[in-house]
Design a protein around this ligand. Sequence first.
Ligand code: C5P
Length: 232
Amino acid sequence: MTSMTAPSPSAIQKLAVALDFPSVAPAFELFERLNGAAGLFKIGPELFLQAGPDAVRRLVDRGAPVFLDMKFHDIPRTVAAAARESARMGVTVFNVHASGGAEMMRAAAEASRAVRPETKIIAVTVLTSLPTTSEEVLRLAAAAHEAGLDGVVASPREMRALRERFGPKFLLVSPAVRPAWAASTHDHQRPASPADAASAGADYIVVGRPITGDADPVAAAARVVEEIQSAL
Ligand code: C5P
């Protein structure tokens, strides 16, 4: 007989499932199946451009904690307007690119908080598909921190240094996570395991294809949560 420990709420809370689908039906279906089994549901450009803000609102209305991952990067006024609209949809968290600059980040945070203070705004440091250095990631994270953002997106490899430098309240979101059983690292240059990302201090661990591409996505998500839990 195999013994399975029940997943802890804190481990479940850390899993952010990337709903990267070309249409809304499978995204909603997966949300319904994983509702309560993950802490965030991430909507990126693929689904957003397909299904639009209505899909986001519908997910929010169904109680989904939504991470709107549009990575805004434009002049401050344009990003502030996009930030305002993101907050209006009631998302839990959305993001901008730290490389857009301090003024852009401050304008976005101000616009978003004026509409919905509880929506978190985080900055992408360096895309995990690109080569970079820890110094560069820390420099961009410091700019986001100074601009008053709630946290950053960074590779799991930088989590520990970011946590040490910016303290327990700075939200750390880590994509580029691959469980050992995942078929491929796909396009990530610096992947780490869910357990490594959790033990390094990530608040949210973003996993897409290892879950969405699995024949049994519910079991795959549970395995990721189990790995996260093993590190807490
Ligand atoms: O399928 P996979 O687990 O690689 O999905 C990772 C998700 O994280 C994708 O939706 C991708 O857009 C996102 N991502 C991100 N920031 C990065 C790298 C990936 O938000 N730096």
